[in-house]
Write a protein that binds this ligand. Sequence first.
Ligand SMILES: Cc1cc2nc3c(=O)[nH]c(=O)nc-3n(C[C@H](O)[C@H](O)[C@H](O)COP(=O)(O)OP(=O)(O)OC[C@H]3O[C@@H](n4cnc5c(N)ncnc54)[C@H](O)[C@@H]3O)c2cc1C
Length: 390
Amino acid sequence: MSLIGKSYDCLLVGAGLTGAVLAYELQKLGQRTLLLEKSPRPLNATALSYGGIPYWAGQSPWQKRLCQESRLLFSQLDQELGAGTEYRELDLLLYLQPGDDPQILAQNFQSCRMAPQFLDAETSVELEPQLNPGAITGAFRVPHGHVHPGKLLNAYLGAFTRLGGEIVLEKVQSLAPKEVKTTQNVYRSEHVVLCNGAEARGFLQSLGLNPALYFSQAQLLKTAPTNERLRTLAMPARFGRLALEAQAPQWDWDSQNPQTWAEILEVGGVQFLDGSLCLGQITQFTPRLNHRPDLAQAERKLRSAVGAILPNLAALAGQAFNCSVAFNPSPYPLVGAAPGQENLYLFTGFSSPFCYVPPLARHFAQALTGQISQIYQEVEGKTRSAFHNS
Ligand SMILES: Cc1cc2nc3c(=O)[nH]c(=O)nc-3n(C[C@H](O)[C@H](O)[C@H](O)COP(=O)(O)OP(=O)(O)OC[C@H]3O[C@@H](n4cnc5c(N)ncnc54)[C@H](O)[C@@H]3O)c2cc1C
């Protein structure tokens, strides 16, 4: 093992959305930044994402402020990064099924920055002709931001390296104060930030910490470009997955049993500008980070469920993929210093990361260089309590 002579101001573990965005913002402020990624072509949560940006959905003052910042940031991002992200606004349709009560579901949106508007079934199908009129009873509609996740990632990584940032493809194995060991090297850095999503949990546990950071396994269908058109980003109005995520602190995440506590299949869909689609998703909650679901079976389940809601899209050429997704049941992400660890930080556990990661990465980068905003202070305070309560 060699000791790399060079040392860095900031070293980030993981080049998904969180790592790529934060690396760029740090390098932009003149921090010599190294981004370590274990996989040359990671099929991570970012690569498999829908890329939706719900800047209408912020509920508390800090979220509403970041939603506002996010919308402005995205409107100027292609120009700033010098690359296309396919950023646009489209309608989000949160469809209702028989048995769903629109008045009860509308309560979820009461304190949102922009409240979605209820449409009857006929108007919903006029807006999104792919929806099966026999399967839905109406929908909530709201304008939603959207990007191509892969293009957004490449735009950030490209801008980061053009500013002088370095990306090295090595797997991080362990952390020590201001030091990171990979499979090949040891790196020194003033600040180390964990941006490795679901895998950050294991690193924190190896340091004796027990964070409220969990993960699920997600499978979705990615199709080839098609002439079929999906005009909106469609999703169920009942957020079943979020209700399950809220139960995560009750489950025994250190269990050695190969169990699955809960599984949910939600039919959503979005189309990218090249005509390809993401459809799905199945979510499983299990303590096995390396769980490898049967993808042929997942594909069958996804196609059958998609067939009920978006019938013309169910048989398109495509295949199922799986990834792990980090989450934290609190609305606050885990952002800031890890308690009791010298210069070790977290930037993970986001809900709606495509909305909150870009603006919050700016606040984080400024905080590391001495300018601490009120929003950063609030989020970091909650991060500390996410450790104490766990
Ligand atoms: C089907 C689906 C749809 C989604 N839709 C949306 C949406 O519309 N809007 C939204 O906001 N969010 C959405 N999400 C969630 C969002 O995509 C993810 O939460 C987000 O992309 C996670 O980014 P990340 O950087 O935390 O993790 P990841 O993208 O998983 O990246 C983590 C990286 O860390 C690397 N890594 C891990 N361990 C190590 C190590 N030891 N050494 C080096 N590298 C390491 C991994 O290889 C990986 O590349 C969706 C997720 C899924 C699955």
